[in-house]
Ligand binder design. Sequence first.
Ligand code: 2HG
Ligand code: ZN
Length: 405
Amino acid sequence: MVAGAVPDASGRALLLSLRRMNRIRAISPGDNALVAEAGVILSHVHEAAAAAGLRFPLSLGAKGSATIGGLISTNAGGTQVLRFGPMRALLLGIEAVLPDGTIFEGLSPLRKDNRGYDLRQLFCGAEGTLGVVTAATLRLVPALRQRVVAWVGLDSPQAALDLLRRLDQRLGESVEAFELVPLVALQLVLHHIPGTRAPLAADCPWQVLVECGSSVDGEDLATRLAAALATEMQAGRVVDAVIASSEAQANALWHVRENISEAERHDGMAAKHDISVPVSDMPRFVIEAAAAVEARFPGVRAIAFGHLGDGNVHFNVRAPIGLDSRDWLACEGEGITAFVDDLVVAAGGSLSAEHGIGQIKAAEFVRISDPARLAMVRAIKQAIDPLGIMNPGKVLPLASGPAIP
Ligand code: 2HG
Ligand code: ZN
């Protein structure tokens, strides 16, 4: 998404694969924790946790290939962030090799550790710029006993957020995912991804996928979610809704959601923005920013989808119909991105909610960040990697590059 793992064009970069460090070193039900090496694939962590009656609650579409080291280095989000947080919130300990070869051994599964700075978190989201993560201690939670997935049609993003807050009240902490799907994103999926079907009969302009989960047997989450949605429909706040009646149906709903990005790619190149603003402000942002960008760059088509519950949407801007999207992006991409990012800054948001900075966002990160933030980022990089040998040009642009003002 941000070319964080792609070497620069100097021809002097060395790629390091940790695929063969693929052991789960330990699992400790007493600590609700597991120690995995960096090359372990996410679905193997899921399986190991399940075998112990537990769950590692971070998941994403690429779980069959994504590795723990990468998930830590990018502070991966995924589909259950709403309830359990991103990787950062699930990281109990870390082992990493520093640029000078020192091994930082911090795998102990301590729940409380107040020795000043939180060093393990430095490596999370660092995109490999401070050292090489070789293993991690991950937090586990009780296994999932019930899972319910629903698809809901609404009139506006504000109605969607209002629904989330009412579900919070009625269903306690069980809401695990709340994903916004505008009609145009759904139409792209139906058009480009074979075998997909519209979840609802009505063409609602805004739709959401809701997932609830519980580690307790017998409280019948599906009945409670159905009752909550029925109340919302009677009150006229929800237009239409469907609850998956089988695991296969639930997976089919997720399949639609998880293929938006792929469907959009089939449709051409887009100026992509993985942005966050305070959750309460996202409904306004989605509408106003789309109108602003479409007014400023006539013909473009803005689309905002994704993790509404986390205050994070993918605000992607597509080419005007009839233009070659690659040429258009080369000409207009930078201007559009600067325009969108300025709106994000004005809303107190972030230009990277979950995809990181990598190379693609590095210059923009420098352009829009306040001096105090940049000074600290540079000081940390300089202190731990003074020679600048770890994933150069990521997070901070290369000093020789055109990006540093
Ligand atoms: C998603 O939420 C991914 O589907 C991809 O983060 C977002 O392609 C994108 O912009
Ligand atoms: Zn996403």
